[in-house]
Design a binder for this molecule. Structure first.
Ligand code: FAQ
Length: 317
């Protein structure tokens, strides 16, 4: 008896149902392809733009050990950007075009990176809160339905865990230090708390893509579910530091084992993602200049690859 032939479309939905991965050569609906390119490229841009707020503190890190750890972390973020641009290319996207869209302000990247880093404690807060929120969101993406994205996420999450700990360690040191150092840590928490909550995206009833993404197993949890998990995990960590989360309405509900909390100011969120946050213009300008200044490196790499190709053709080493 022969198995009934199934269409490419039926096979796609079967793979999704069976929790198997969609791979680059598999047929996929255009909507799925475009959703993946949109999310992966926004994620790649976030990693690359995300290097800038912390980059501001490399030359002012308080010790050689802190400087080395910060440099390594920022370099990891560059690597994450590169894996993710490669994952987007497996869907047929053109990397140069994606980067161009970022540079002309058309492509989105995470709202969080449009806030300034005013003190050394902000570097601790970014590791603890921003990488912490990124992990909360990205652990579910290790099980996303698109193979190259899910595999990139496994490695990225391991590195983000190190980042989160180095951030928390900075704050732990400051909180065990002088009164001024502890105040600096509290000030950083005050400024980064709500922007971190915004990282999970708009409220579920305003999230345009969640329904489709959850159906296609791209996302496994909704924006609000992840935000709640983040608050529940982070409040006890703030208490351990002896810091106060800047929310008068924060309350633990013993029955549900969840904290109730104040929503971020959504008008601020929409303003930032429209390009009007405190640092949007500066971030894009810096990225554009870095891209232009790096042209000679890309040209040299292409020329070298060409030369290797010619040598291989001519049988030379
Ligand atoms: N910022 O319908 P939804 C990191 C946009 S990596 C800006 O809910 P979706 C590592 C959204 O794109 C951080 N835009 O969308 C690091 C959509 O716009 P569109 C980045 C946002 O996709 C740490 C519109 O709003 N992580 O931090 C934001 O279902 C430290 C409607 O939203 C990822 O990218 C936002 N916060 O859910 C690096 C993870 N939220 O495209 C350096 C992958 C929403 O229609 C230092 N991405 N928007 O024009 C995701 O999981 C999802 O894309 C969400 C949004 C959850 C971000």
């Amino acid at each position: 008896m022969t198995a009934k032939a199934i269409s490419q479309e039926e096979r796609f939905y079967q793979l999704i149902d069976k929790e198997e991965k969609i791979e680059p050569k598999d047929w996929m609906p255009e909507k799925y392809r475009n959703t993946m390119i949109r999310q992966i490229s926004q994620h790649a841009h976030s990693e690359v733009v995300g290097m800038l707020p912390e980059g501001n503190w490399i030359s002012r890190a308080p010790s050689l050990r802190r400087k080395a750890a910060l440099l390594a972390k920022i370099q990891d973020e560059a690597g994450h950007g590169l894996y993710l641009y490669s994952a987007a290319e497996t869907l047929g996207a053109d990397r140069e075009e994606l980067i161009e869209e970022l540079h002309i302000g058309k492509a989105k990247y995470s709202s969080i990176f449009n806030y300034p880093t005013l003190s050394w404690a902000d570097i601790g807060a970014i590791g603890w809160l921003v990488d912490g929120a990124a992990i909360m969101n990205q652990v579910m993406l290790c099980r996303t339905s698109y193979g190259p994205y899910s595999r990139a996420m496994v490695r990225i999450c391991k590195e983000e865990s190190f980042h989160q700990r180095q951030g928390y360690d900075i704050l732990l040191t400051l909180c065990n230090g002088t009164k001024e150092q502890k105040e600096m840590a509290q000030d950083a928490l005050n400024r980064w708390w709500y922007p971190s909550l915004m990282m999970f995206g708009p409220k579920d009833d305003e999230s345009v893509h969640s329904d489709y993404s959850i159906k296609m197993k791209i996302k496994r949890f909704s924006n609000d579910e992840l935000r709640q998990r983040f608050v529940d995990a982070t409040v006890p960590q703030a208490e351990y530091l002896g810091l106060k989360v800047p929310d008068k309405n924060l309350k633990f509900n013993a029955k549900t084992e969840n904290y109730s909390f104040t929503e971020p100011d959504w008008s601020e969120f929409y303003n930032v993602i429209k390009g009007n946050g405190p640092c949007n213009k500066d971030r894009i300008k810096t990225r554009r200049e870095a891209f232009e200044n790096g042209k000679w490196v890309r040209d040299a790499a292409i020329a070298y690859a060409e030369k290797q190709k010619q040598n291989n053709k001519n049988g030379k080493q």
